[in-house]
Design a protein around this ligand. Structure first.
Ligand code: 5RP
Length: 235
């Protein structure tokens, strides 16, 4: 994995987060992801609303995103009144050459997946440190039901080569569930099958593998921004 200074990383996050806003135009209903890269997307959308009269509305993927979006003047939708989003812009912890993702470092994976599956396209904003050949160096977040989480953990351990750790004794997602971080190492060569295998374990609420979901990665590197599009991209 490439190494960057924290200043370089922050500049790349801002670059990618802002560049992704080129996909957004008036009249759209959008999904708004979570994390320190999407933060710049939200700030830029707020600026365009104030300065350019952009008219959009959005569904947030976390309480933190909802708060920042409201502060920025982005009108919020709820699922009662919305059954489809034009697109979602979200971050990722890793992406591979097929644009399969690991997400959930910020704990919002369940809402992020509901939003991604309801969107007409998914744009991922990432800095160059997120690009990998094989997923798994970043510990895979798995949201589990509180009931019997210890047993769910043992079952995940039976298919994970490394340790599976509870994310802090008091950590709960916005949905009130614990997260288990599974240390696969860079070994998830078939993420589609792994996602299915993990989701088949009772007690697993959602897995941070997002396979065949992303269409485009807006990748910021020190030299500038690059768009990586899947051949079948919807956007
Ligand atoms: C939150 C996520 C984030 O999108 C992911 O962790 C990337 O975050 P950041 O942009 O801060 O690196 O999946 O659940």
């Amino acid at each position: 994995m490439s190494t960057f200074t924290s200043e370089e990383k922050e500049a790349m996050k801002a670059e990618a987060g802002i560049a992704a806003c080129a996909f957004v135009s008036s009249g759209m209903q959008i999904g708004i992801g979570t994390g320190s890269t999407v933060k710049y997307t939200i700030l830029e959308l707020g600026r365009r609303i104030r300065e350019e009269g952009l008219e959009i509305s959005g569904i947030p993927t976390s309480d933190a995103t909802e708060k920042l979006s409201i502060e920025q003047g982005i009108p919020m939708l709820d699922w009662e009144n919305c059954n489809h989003l034009d697109l979602v812009i979200d971050g990722a912890d890793e992406f591979d050459p097929n644009l399969h993702l690991i997400k959930g470092g910020g704990g919002a994976l369940l809402r992020e997946k509901i939003v991604a599956e309801s969107s007409g396209g998914m744009i991922v904003v990432a800095d160059a440190s997120k690009r990998v050949d094989v997923l798994g160096a970043f510990a895979l977040p798995i949201e589990v039901n509180p009931y019997g989480w210890e047993q769910t953990k043992r079952r995940i351990e039976s298919i994970c080569p490394g340790p599976v750790e509870l994310r802090g004794p008091d950590y709960l997602t916005d949905n009130g569930n614990p997260i288990l971080d599974a240390h696969f190492g860079p070994s998830i060569s078939d993420p589609v099958q792994m996602e299915a295998d993990l989701r088949a374990i009772a007690g697993v609420v959602e897995v941070g593998l997002f396979t065949n979901t992303a269409d485009v990665v807006v990748l910021a590197a020190p030299g500038g921004c690059e768009l990586i599009r899947k051949p079948t991209a919807r956007l």
